[in-house]
Design a protein around this ligand. Structure first.
Ligand code: IMP
Length: 428
């Protein structure tokens, strides 16, 4: 029984919540391997909705173990807020939600710096949750692994050390008018959360490896998307982690030979939040319609998402970078009602036509589109490809062929059952 990796093939928000939820139905363990409270997915609990940023959706299944692995950055206060919200809805997390003692702590000064930078001319449209500054600390070797929560003296020393580096930066960014939090204030802000998180800490690497070796079903859940990857994305308009498949190994602490399948999630169109190049972006009524019908507003920040047509060079790039075995295509239903559906097949660049992604000039390339007739039929009841209108099938078949990656699933509506399941990733 395999370990599968699920990654976003675009700029995030590809509908991971629903697909991870489907795949975790029979999973023994769900592992979030990177990112932090910049992610967000909506859990539906009875008639109630709850947006979680850190806790995987697998928490809704009583039998599934959920792990926040060492590639993550965790804001302790966000985590306990999520735990409280879950408990209030009768979902018990004790013993089922484990946190790596090597994941890094997001502290109030990270959030402060992230927010101050976003006020300046170099803003890139982050989620302002302190994710970037926390990863900076990790790489600068002054970060604070959650394991330090077990030892208040060590924690104090680490906070003092990091704060001494951040102080001049905060003073500079705030023009001397923004108070720099003291060590005491920083520790006081997380004290209650610290006490609650210590019992959840584990060596998650060993735990995940043991579970995979025992041939249990493990889902390694990515956040964000390929084009936001710090190495492979539209740098510098990226997040600070590795949301691509390689990041699953690093972030969860298992080797590539332990992964059986990599599934990429792609929307039937494209969205992006924050700044940065987006060749197929629409600034017209069609873009507005997609935003409205697709409810394309950030689940963490509420920002309207930028919308555009599907971009095949970018999708092929994601297939390559992640070594995708299969594609799960989502939100096909959002395109219903359009007279025509376009897809970008190549770019016009300074040096002629390109079917690859020229990262350096992505902000100036012109997309070359192929147009397909739209369809008017509602898709929500489709459970097999044959149930789809011919026009929708033609579009899907073209995309699959061009992406050179087969579909494993097609999502035709927000509800769980509004899905065409073509193959079970665990049935390898
Ligand atoms: P950060 O991750 O908050 O530093 O933000 C860096 C960039 O990644 C910004 O453009 C964000 O909008 C984007 N980003 C971060 N997390 C997500 C996500 O879960 N979905 C979509 N975009 C995201």
């Amino acid at each position: 029984m395999p370990a599968i990796v699920i990654v976003g093939a675009q700029w995030g928000d590809e509908g991971k919540g629903k697909i991870v939820d489907i795949y975790t139905e029979h999973a023994d363990m769900v592992v979030r391997f990177g990112g932090g409270p910049n992610a967000g997915h909506t859990l539906v609990v009875g008639n109630d909705k709850l947006v979680v940023r850190l806790v995987p959706s697998g928490i809704l299944r009583a039998e599934t173990m959920c792990v926040l692995a060492q590639g993550m950055v965790i804001d302790p206060r966000s985590l306990v807020t999520e735990l409280d919200e879950l408990e209030r809805r009768g979902i018990h997390t004790k013993g089922r939600l484990l946190v790596s003692d090597r994941a890094h702590v997001i502290l109030p000064y990270h959030v402060l710096v992230d927010g101050l930078r976003e006020k300046g001319k170099d803003a890139i449209g982050t989620t302002k949750r302190g994710v970037g500054p926390c990863y900076e600390d990790k790489v600068a070797r002054r970060g604070i692994p959650l394991g330090a929560f077990r030892d208040p003296k060590r924690l104090r020393e680490l906070v003092a050390r990091a704060l001494s580096d951040w102080t001049p930066i905060i003073q500079h960014l705030g023009g001397g008018e923004v108070p720099v939090p003291s060590v005491d204030e920083t520790l006081a802000a997380i004290e209650e959360a610290r006490g609650r998180i210590v019992p959840m800490l584990v060596d998650s690497q060993a735990l995940v490896e043991r579970t995979v070796r025992a041939k249990k079903r493990v889902v390694l859940e990515g956040a964000q998307g390929t084009l936001l990857d710090v190495d492979h994305g539209t740098y510098p308009f990226v997040t600070s982690s590795t949301p691509t498949a390689g990041g699953a190994c690093v972030g969860a602490g298992i080797g590539p030979t332990r992964i059986d399948e990599v599934v990429g999630l792609v929307k039937a169109y494209t969205t992006r939040v924050g700044g940065g190049p987006f060749p197929t972006e629409l600034h017209d009524d069609v873009g507005e319609r997609i935003r409205k019908i697709g409810a394309e507003f950030g689940s963490v920040t509420g920002r309207p998402r930028r919308t555009g047509w599907l971009d095949l060079p970018a999708l092929r790039y994601a297939v390559r970078v992640n070594g995708l075995d299969a594609l799960a295509i989502t939100k096909l239903d959002v395109l219903t009602g359009l007279d025509e559906v376009k897809v970008c097949v190549a770019y016009e660049t300074k040096n002629g036509r390109s079917e690859d992604v020229p990262m350096d000039e992505l902000d100036t390339v012109k997309p070359v589109y192929q147009s397909f007739p739209g369809w008017k039929e509602q898709l929500g009841a489709a459970r097999a490809m044959a149930d789809l209108p011919k026009a929708a099938r033609t579009y899907l078949e073209f995309v699959e062929k061009q992406a050179e990656c087969p579909y494993i699933l097609v999502s035709v509506g927000p509800a769980r059952d509004e899905t065409i399941v073509l193959r079970d990733p665990f049935a390898l």
